[in-house]
Write a protein that binds this ligand. Structure first.
Ligand code: NAD
Length: 498
């Protein structure tokens, strides 16, 4: 175990600043009993939450949002201390976090309340409605790379949909998780709508077995499989927000300056530790040299380090360093070139940027999630080839396309096998609360954010109310021959001809 991984001391563990290895605080490793107790308390909280009604829930959530926003410096400092990311990045994370909370609070009732739907010709004597009811208690297991934004993408929508939540933060960022629950407690509500249980994978596993009504997991595909297997035992539904290997596609007509600028932020920002970060760039061969030159110059200007003003900070998870080194070495051994850095750039805590070009598509640098400040740039004949290459992997989280032709950009976006695509921007979809967030394949399934995120944490309920007895009553044991003649006529002349 390295200094930046949590250290177990009996039944507690330490949260450690990855910049210098100092211990920030000790937290308990919650066992099955504590987790089960939290779920029991959450069940009572969910009943209380239901009594608040849509308007009351909205007001509570907006009050919670104001409390988080007012104390944003405190939260940003905590994020920076536990992840090592620069303060500006942490503040941006807090802003995105509260904007989602606000959207969820303001839109839940509109999206989820009972609404009439057409009953159709055959059942025209019925009034039909659909409504969305909360599950009750939602369990959330989170990662460390965006320790506020990512879990709150689940928590905000789950709470707005009427659920109470029990949150198991990453063992690298327990302080942020505890803080989020403490701010809820500070509002003076009689019930703990958010409870945080700290610990490692064993606590996450206990949460899977604690009787939650839905589990929302964000993390790696490997752990996602374990969470699914545990939840399968009780048929507990799950959402899996997994990792990614996102591609940026740059066409011959693209604004190279803007594409390169966004690519640097997408590939190197947060030390490359972004699920939907840019890991592969496919550039039209006509502009490849210009793109590589522009991108390389911008990357050389970065100044990563351990200060608040650094371009990006150290690796939060020390073990990830070996994966990054392995990918860089594999790319270079297979004939790729580095225009910035080399495997020597991979330090013990900090990784200097590495820009690789012309890397074979079957290199691990192209097929596995690297999660570090490295990126590959390969050229393509046209963007159709880029789409094929981008779609070849097992991940399907996000992507971006740069072209002056916005209509063509959208047409290409449709062909990318991912849950999200931005044209002429990086990650714009994550900052728009009304858009669903999630992927396919090894990136998982289910959606957080937006109306789909609210429905993800709700059970759809079908309702009918009979207005008058049916002229054609087929749902009876005493059907008349005339009724069946009408059925035959409808099949031949209505359904058979429409
Ligand atoms: P991880 O899979 O190692 O851990 C995620 C969480 O699962 C942690 O809280 C961990 O304690 C818990 N866990 C571990 N074993 C468990 C078990 N057996 N049962 C239940 N819980 C268990 O992932 P990580 O290193 O924390 O996060 C990085 C990964 O998360 C990357 O792959 C990244 O791409 C992904 N991620 C995805 C999104 C998204 O929204 N799609 C967002 C952020 C990060």
């Amino acid at each position: 175990m390295t200094t930046t991984e949590p250290s177990r001391i009996g039944t507690t563990f330490a949260s450690i600043d990855p910049r210098d290895g100092t211990t920030l605080a000790e937290y308990p490793v919650a066992g099955p009993e504590e987790v089960a107790l939290a779920v029991e308390r959450a069940r009572a909280a969910a009943r209380w939450w239901a009594t608040q009604g849509p308007r009351g829930r909205k007001e509570w959530l907006l009050e919670y949002k104001r409390a988080v926003a007012t104390r944003s410096d405190e939260l940003a400092d905590l994020i920076t201390a536990e992840t090592g990311k620069p303060t500006e990045d942490s503040l941006l994370e807090v802003l995105l976090t509260v904007s989602h909370l606000e959207w969820a609070a303001k839109n839940a009732d509109k999206v989820l309340r009972r609404r009439p739907v057409s009953a159709g010709l055959l059942m025209s004597n019925q009034k039909a409605y659909v409504e969305y009811q909360p599950y009750g208690v939602v369990g959330a297991i989170g990662p460390w790379n965006y320790p506020a934004f990512t879990p709150m993408g689940t928590l905000s929508y789950a709470m707005a949909a009427g659920n109470a939540v029990v949150f198991k933060p990453s063992e690298l960022t327990p302080g942020v998780g505890v803080w989020l629950a403490e701010v809820w407690d500070s509002l003076g509500a009689s019930q703990p709508l958010i409870q945080t249980v700290t610990g490692d994978g064993s606590t996450g596993n206990a949460l899977c077995h604690a009787g939650v009504d839905k589990m929302a997991f964000t993390g790696s595909a490997a752990t996602g499989r374990k969470v699914m297997a545990a939840c399968a035992e009780t048929l507990t539904p799950v959402v899996i927000e997994g990792g990614g290997k996102d591609a940026m596609l740059v066409d011959a007509d693209a604004d190279i300056e803007s594409a390169a600028d966004q690519a640097v932020f997408g590939a190197m920002g947060n030390a490359g530790q972004t699920c939907a970060g840019v890991e592969r760039i496919y550039v039209h061969e006509d502009v490849k040299d210009r793109f590589v030159e522009t991108f390389t110059a911008k990357v050389r200007a970065l100044d990563p380090g351990m200060t608040a003003a650094s371009s990006y900070g150290p690796m939060t998870l020390a073990g990830q360093v070996d994966i990054v080194r392995r990918h860089v070495r594999d790319a270079l051994a297979r004939g790729g070139r580095a225009t910035v850095g080399s495997d020597d750039s991979v330090g013990e805590k900090l990784i200097e940027p590495v820009v690789l070009v012309d890397v074979p598509e079957d290199s691990t640098a192209m097929t596995e999630e690297t999660f570090g400040p490295t990126v590959v740039i390969n050229s393509v004949r046209d963007l159709e080839e880029a789409v094929d290459k981008a779609n070849a992997g097992s991940y399907g989280l996000g992507g971006s396309i740069f072209t002056k032709d916005r209509r063509r950009g959208l047409a290409l976006a449709e062909k990318l096998d991912t849950g999200m695509v931005s044209v002429n921007a990086f990650l714009a979809f994550a900052g728009i609360p009304s858009l669903p967030f999630g992927g396919s394949g090894a990136s998982g399934f289910g959606r957080i954010h937006g109306a789909d995120g609210l429905r993800e944490f709700s059970r759809p309920k079908a309702l009918t109310v009979q207005k008058f007895p049916a002229p054609l009553n087929l749902m009876t044991m005493t059907r008349k021959p005339r009724d069946l003649r009408v059925v035959r006529w409808m099949l031949a002349n209505v359904q058979g001809k429409m």
